[in-house]
Design a protein around this ligand. Sequence first.
Ligand SMILES: *Cc1c(COP(=O)(O)O)cnc(C)c1O
Length: 218
Amino acid sequence: MTVVDRLNEIKARMEKAAKDAGRGDRARLVAVTKTFPVEDILPVIETGHRIYGENRVQEAQGKWPQLKALFADIELHLIGPLQSNKAAEAVALFDVIETVDREKIARALKTEMDKQNRTLRLYVQVNTGLEPQKAGIAPDDTADFVAMCRDELGLAIEGLMCIPPADVNPGPHFALLGKLATECAVEKLSMGMSGDFETAIGFGATSVRVGSAIFGNR
Ligand SMILES: *Cc1c(COP(=O)(O)O)cnc(C)c1O
């Protein structure tokens, strides 16, 4: 199977999962291209797919400026941790940042968006499993953090994002993210990866982030 065959298969499985869940809307697919070179990504872009995710600013800078110059409507998501000294580069390159996880980053993004006159769409990452090695706001602090971003910094938060712990049933984590989004009056839910995107769609994911199931093992 080619990368394009696998992309089409993932899209079909997403559609079936939405139908099985009785959803009238569709989840969007963020194709995660980390570690894969431009020549692996181009065939997918050429199918018309436009939404991509990278988890490192520096790696993304090595491939996406040229691709965005060729395909102006590409929507690039940062799905990995952001350091505040990379905020300027991230704001210049990405369209969506899914990993806002502390006040310092929120402030740095606000400053850079104002400076560059760019408005990125922002998600708050929630550490639903309270894992010490994982980034994200604790579930109990999410409402206050979203309110601080909105009221103090004037940042619109579009959604919440989570990465459930490995080797557990992700369902309760997806359900928790959905509950927090309702509490925070946040609309979008970024959840689900290659191994569990159908489950995430069943729990209301508005976008899923799928890498290895499309591009192969890293
Ligand atoms: C790598 C990555 C993904 C994609 O993972 P796969 O298992 O390859 O689909 C999704 N989300 C984040 C945050 C990632 O870093």
